[in-house]
Each structure stands twice: as C-alpha cells, then as structure tokens.
Design a protein around this ligand. Structure first.
Ligand SMILES: Nc1ccn([C@@H]2O[C@H](COP(=O)(O)O)[C@@H](O)[C@H]2O)c(=O)n1
Ligand SMILES: C[C@@]1(CO)OP(=O)(O)OP(=O)(O)OC[C@H]1O
Length: 160
C-alpha cells in the first residue's frame, strides 16, 4: 500500500537594514534583508522543516547547526538540496507543497513565478507541485511593524 505522510514547517527571521533579502531562492530588492546564520531564506527553511517533519527526521537546525561555522552565510538552496537527498534516501518523493509567507512589504506576488521555477529546479520536482502564497499581517505584530518575516509550509510526501 502507498504510504503518504504530511509535514509542517514554521520559521521567523528578523529584517534589518544592511542585509540581503533572500526569499524562495531569489534575492529581492528591498531596503531591509533577513538576518540569520545562513542566508536566512525563511521560505526555504520552512520547506526543509516540513519535509524533514513529514519523514520524521527532526528539523533543519538538527541537520545544519546554527553554531557550525560551515553553515555561516550558506545559500539555503544547498540545504534544501541536501534535505531532498535525505528524504529520497528514505524512499520518499514529494507529493505537493503549500506555503504562506507573512511579510508586510514588499509585495511577493510578482516574484512567485521565479521562486517556483528556482525551487522546482533545486528540488527536482514539478513547479505545479509547489504553491507559494503571501499575506501581510495588516500592520499587526512583528511582521506588520516590518521587523521580521515568517512563513508556514505544509507538504505531502509519499512512497510506493
Ligand atoms: N508581502 C505580500 C503580502 C501580500 N501579498 C498579496 O496581497 C494580497 C493581500 O494581502 P493581505 O495581507 O491584505 O491579505 C495577498 O492575498 C497576496 O496576494 C503579496 O503579494 N505580498
Ligand atoms: C539554517 C540555519 C543554518 O545554520 O541557520 P539560520 O539561518 O539561523 O536559520 P534557522 O531558521 O534559525 O535554522 C537553523 C539553521 O539550520
């Protein structure tokens, strides 16, 4: 019988001036960028966490410690590629991904096609199986005050 599992991811990064803003594998032009040990790509991080959770393989920080200098400034696409390797070693393939980015500004919608193309290539899956959505938080909370960006992700993985 085919085995289907669900996974979920949530992550937050601060936004500060003087940092690049990597999101969904691409660099956005903005006066603030995301702060982290890695390139702080919050969308990729939640996809990684959702995939690892679905496969019952802990989380991103367990595999790629934020204390390890090896990961300082690392391109999160490299981490995502490694996570795909880990779940495929367990015999899983991605069913579909659904994600939401919480960001007050800038608008994400114009960039979603490029993000999907980039992530599909990194993961070796069909763009049609990746959904990316965005919401402001109506000026409320840390996202609304433009102090941070957060994201949520649900995935299905399956094996024969
Ligand atoms: N950073 C963002 C936030 C939102 N969007 C798009 O705008 C729509 C309206 O946002 P609300 O927070 O008022 O719901 C939202 O549904 C997204 O389509 C965006 O592109 N980038
Ligand atoms: C991605 C890693 C890599 O060291 O560092 P951060 O960029 O700080 O991101 P976080 O979401 O805190 O996840 C932990 C780490 O795996």
């Amino acid at each position: 019988m085919k085995k289907i599992r669900v996974g979920f991811g949530y992550d937050v990064h601060q936004l500060q001036a003087g940092y690049d803003f990597w999101l969904g594998g691409i660099k956005l032009a903005h006066e603030k960028g995301a702060v982290g040990h890695s390139d702080a790509d919050v969308l990729i991080h939640v996809i990684c966490d959702a995939l690892l959770g679905a496969a019952n393989m802990r989380d991103i920080g367990y595999h790629f410690s934020d204390k390890d200098p090896k990961y300082k400034g690392i391109d999160s696409k490299i981490l995502l590629r490694d996570v795909m390797k880990l779940i495929r070693e367990k015999g899983y393939e991605v069913g579909n991904i659904d994600s939401t980015i919480c960001l007050q500004i800038p608008k994400v919608n114009p960039h979603i096609p490029e993000m999907k193309k980039c992530l599909a290539e990194v993961m070796g899956i069909d763009e049609e199986d990746i959904s990316i959505k965005a919401t402001t938080t109506e000026q409320l909370g840390f996202v609304g005050r433009e102090e941070g960006v957060s994201a949520y992700c649900a995935v299905l993985i399956e094996k024969a």
